[in-house]
Design a protein around this ligand. Structure first.
Ligand code: ATP
Length: 358
């Protein structure tokens, strides 16, 4: 069994608080060297899941396995400190009275020389050898984060649990530290379960994303698949601004100002949502009250009148009121700021539209 078993596996983990099911039958498995992101809105049960795996909370039912060995089934449990699991939490502060070397060496066993060798190896990897004698209050937020990472990795944990580890850092610093952290975790071959409520962080870090909502895993997959084949409307909306056209289905076809969409299996008279992202809206000029001819890729064009346009940096966001009074958002690369009241024609990338029963 060992060798082929996932490094970390949780089976049907369930946790109730005051009768409410906060973690509801969650199963996941992570291989060594793999980064799994548990992604979901605040309060969906991510941290509770992590705390049970860490051994600081106990599930009501379900099992936790490491390398094919059961470590907790709700009755039997291996204590937290014997699980071989490293922790890195946002508020997992360094010990203020210890210097960097002692902080990193904290969980290490062995001789003084062995400990120092491991401390130096990790500080070199996170680029902080020059601060080996410094105290936490002398370090920037990013440096403290790197020391915390080195400390968590020092005892060579098989598994690393990270709960919003970068949320205390400012944006510019965060990208660099995320990339360095990822490189180091891969190099060490650690299986990682990282909790975040930020889709960009999950997309950037994860080999696989597990999307969590109301205590349940609603979808699992590579970032590309989750983004491009979302399970439902909320899954699309979690990753970006979206446009939704609600319409009635007839003969498994949904009629919209942009032409017909297939809605297989949807009963006549039932409502469906056609969902698409603003970056998949094309804009064309008005030619005496007419737009571009329909194409297979973009379907039929529909007329909209510019309500507002805003420059966002890398792109411009244009809001349109359509002839049926609905509002459509489009993003365009660079600068495109048409005046309010300008009639334009919109198309949508049909291969980038999702059709969900309403
Ligand atoms: N010890 C506890 N007692 C009672 N309720 C709890 C306890 N711990 C968590 N909860 C509740 O369980 C739910 C899930 O909390 P959890 O911290 O796991 O969510 P989360 O997805 O990590 O959210 P966030 O991103 O805000 O930390 C919340 O409604 C929370 O109030």
């Amino acid at each position: 069994m060992q060798g082929t078993a996932p490094r970390l596996e949780i089976r049907n983990l369930t946790r109730l608080f005051g009768g409410a099911c906060v973690v509801d039958d969650v199963s996941l498995s992570i291989k060594s060297g793999q980064v799994m992101c548990l992604l979901g809105p605040s309060g969906c049960g991510k941290s509770t899941t992590l705390r049970m795996i860490a051994g600081v909370d106990m599930q009501d039912s379900g099992e936790i396995w490491v390398d094919g060995t059961l470590i907790c089934d709700g009755a039997f449990t291996v204590p937290a400190e014997q699980r071989g699991i490293g922790l890195m939490f946002q508020d997992f502060a360094l010990f203020p009275h210890m210097n960097v070397a002692d902080n990193v060496a904290f969980g290490l066993k062995g001789t003084r020389a062995e400990k120092l060798s491991r401390v130096e190896e990790l500080l070199a990897k996170v680029g902080l050898m020059r601060l080996i004698d410094a105290y936490p209050h002398q370090l920037s937020g990013g440096e403290q984060q790197r020391v915390a990472l080195a400390r968590a990795l020092a005892p060579r944990p098989k598994i690393m649990l990270m709960d919003e580890p970068f949320s205390g850092l400012d944006n510019r610093l965060r990208d660099g530290i995320r990339d360095e952290t990822l490189a180091l975790l891969k190099e060490e071959g650690t299986a990682v379960l990282l909790v975040t409520h930020e889709p960009e962080e999950a997309m950037r870090m994860a080999d696989e994303i597990a999307l969590m909502r109301d205590g349940k895993i609603v979808q699992r997959g590579a970032p590309y698949n989750i983004y491009n084949s979302p399970a439902d409307l909320e899954a699309v909306g979690f990753f970006s601004d979206i446009n939704v056209i609600r319409t009635i289905c007839n003969g498994a076809l949904a009629q919209t100002p942009f032409g017909q969409f297939l809605a297989p299996g949807v009963a006549d008279g039932a409502e469906v949502d056609i969902v698409f992202r603003p970056q998949h809206v094309g804009i064309d000029f008005d030619r005496g009250g007419k737009g571009p001819l329909p194409t297979a890729r973009d379907g039929t064009a529909a007329r909209g009148v510019v309500q507002r346009s805003r420059f966002m940096g890398a792109e411009s966001l244009v809001e349109f009121e359509m002839d049926d009074q609905s509002v459509i958002h489009a993003t365009v690369p660079n600068v495109f700021l048409p005046k309010p009241g300008t009639p334009l024609w919109l198309t949508i990338r049909r291969d980038r539209c999702f059709v969900f029963p309403a």
